[in-house]
Structure formats: structure tokens, C-alpha cells
Design a protein around this ligand. Structure first.
Ligand code: GUN
Length: 293
């Protein structure tokens, strides 16, 4: 069993980007600029956005965090997105999800300029990804693909079971793993809350991507000997022994599952840092597309 070290792999990507940014600066070229919008005060979203801004600082990107009150109207938020679309100094725009219930995420995402959509959520970018065209690939599945590539994990013709069908992780993950690429070329089964015989399906998986948001859901008896297990779960679970009052729990019962796997991602330190690194790569690409195409 080998632990897939997301922290170290992400750091290697960040270090490469640092060099590329230094090269841009030495030529007097503008450095990538990410604008992040955070609506309300959701604790988890605050943490994720803070990590994204921190990574921008580390790589040498410019970043702007725009905080909006929970009760901002959809119209006002759309106006802000349009302003950022039209701002020549901004390369990448991300609106942290989830948004409050009175705002349509779909409307907001559809309004982001597809060329600045570093989350890869805009329908144009999703369509391009499905067709295998160059695009912004959503950061979490992109980070997982980068990790599989980094560890040279053989995925060709393997049975990948993706649990979760969200637009952020499960759906794009299933598309990327089934694409005629390396990594990729998998036979993919996408499962969700309505799937029957989930345990039996998982038992046939060479690769499991767990992205359902249920702490410890994947148990030892669901995993085949030698499987690759990728844990996307990052649920806050109450824990009185922690100063914060909670700990982060993955979707995989790591203690019982790890010994059966060939590779497994830990939580924390697995997929999370890779997601941030992938977002940084997308932001660099957004800038490069704008200035050098
Ligand atoms: N919420 C959870 N994951 C993501 C992500 O990758 N991007 C955005 N914008 N919001 C999220």
C-alpha cells in the first residue's frame, strides 16, 4: 500500500508555477490575477477560499477576495461578476459554492466569462471537457488526474467506480476517467444515492473515487484487494478533543480500508491540496491565454 501524498505532489506543482511566474515578472509581463467571491460566512467556504488566496500569494499571483453579505441580491452578484468579466486586470474568476438559496448558482456560473472561468463550471467549458478540447477542467477532478499522472498509476482498461454525481466532482471525474487519455481509458460506473447494490459494484472496482460527502462511508468489505482509493470527502465532524471543535473526515474509513489498497489518498493531505494546485494551474492558463494567444 502506498499513500498518495497530495501535499508533496501539490507543492511540486506550486514550485514549478513559482518559476513560471518569476519568468513572467522578469520579462515585465503581468502576473496572473485571481478574483474570488465569497458570499456569506459559511465556515467551510471561508477555509477553502482562504487556502486559495494563500496559494496565490505563495505562487506569486495577484489575488482579490471580494466578500459579500449573505443577503446580497442575485442581481447585485450578477453585476459584480460582469464587472470582473470586463476588468482587463482580472484573469480568473471564481464564485465559491454553495451560494445562499435565494441565488441561482446556474445563473451566476453562466454569467462568468468562459475565458475567465477557472473553476471550469461554465457550460461552454464543460462541453469542451466532454469533447476532449482544451479547457478549464474543474479543480478537484483535475487535481486527481494530476495525482494519478504523478504516481504513474496505470488506469487503462480499469474499472473505475465514481460515487457522487455533482457538477463539481463526480460528473466531470467520470468524463475524465473514461476519456481516451493517459491517465484515463477507464470503464467508468457512476453511482449515486439511488444506486442499488453499491457495495457489490464497489467490490468490482479497480479504482474508487468517493465523493459523496458521507464520513467513513467506504468500508473494508466494499473494497477489492489492490484497489486504488481516492477520497474526496472533507466533512467537518464534531470532535471535542480539537481546539476548533471539529475534525475533517473523508468518505473512506481509512483505518480499515488502507491495508487492502495499492494506493490510497489520506484526508487531510490528499485530494485537498491537489485541488488548490489545479486551480493555480487553471489561473496561470487563463492569464497565458489572454496575454499570449
Ligand atoms: N465549493 C466546493 N468546491 C468548489 C470549487 O471547486 N469551486 C467553487 N467555486 N466552489 C466550490
Amino acid at each position: 500500500m502506498q499513500i498518495l501524498n497530495g501535499k508533496a505532489t501539490a507543492q511540486a506543482i506550486i514550485d514549478l508555477l513559482k518559476i513560471e511566474v518569476a519568468q513572467l515578472m522578469s520579462r515585465g509581463a503581468p502576473v496572473p490575477h485571481l478574483a474570488a467571491i465569497l458570499v456569506g460566512t459559511n465556515g467551510a467556504s471561508e477555509t477553502y477560499v482562504a487556502s486559495k488566496v494563500k496559494a496565490c500569494n505563495e505562487v506569486g499571483f495577484k489575488s482579490t477576495l471580494i466578500r459579500m453579505e449573505e443577503d446580497i441580491s442575485e442581481l447585485k452578484l450578477l453585476e459584480l461578476v460582469r464587472e470582473l468579466n470586463n476588468d482587463p486586470d482580472v484573469d480568473g474568476i471564481l464564485v465559491q459554492l454553495p451560494l445562499p438559496a435565494h441565488i441561482s448558482s446556474e445563473e451566476i456560473i453562466n454569467t462568468i466569462d468562459a475565458g475567465k472561468d477557472v473553476d471550469g463550471f461554465h457550460p461552454v467549458n464543460v462541453g469542451r471537457m466532454v469533447q476532449g478540447q482544451p479547457t478549464f477542467v474543474p479543480a478537484t477532478p483535475y487535481g486527481i488526474m494530476l495525482m494519478l499522472e504523478h504516481y504513474k498509476i496505470d488506469t487503462a482498461s480499469k474499472h473505475a467506480v465514481v460515487i457522487g454525481r455533482s457538477n463539481i466532482v463526480g460528473r466531470p471525474m467520470s468524463i475524465l476517467l473514461s476519456a481516451a487519455t493517459n491517465p484515463g481509458n477507464c470503464t467508468v460506473t457512476i453511482c449515486h444515492s439511488g444506486t442499488k447494490n453499491l457495495k457489490e459494484i464497489c467490490q468490482t472496482a479497480d479504482i474508487i473515487v468517493a465523493a459523496l460527502g458521507r464520513p467513513g462511508f467506504i468500508k473494508e468489505d466494499m473494497v477489492k484487494e489492490g484497489a486504488v482509493v481516492i477520497d474526496v470527502g472533507i466533512t467537518r465532524v464534531t470532535d471535542a478533543t480539537k481546539k476548533s471543535g471539529y475534525r475533517i473526515s473523508g468518505d473512506v474509513d481509512y483505518a480499515s480500508v488502507a491495508h487492502k489498497t495499492s494506493y490510497i489518498t489520506p484526508v487531510p493531505g490528499g485530494v485537498g491540496p491537489m485541488t488548490i494546485a489545479a486551480l493555480m494551474k487553471n489561473t496561470f492558463k487563463a492569464c497565458a491565454m489572454k496575454h499570449y494567444d
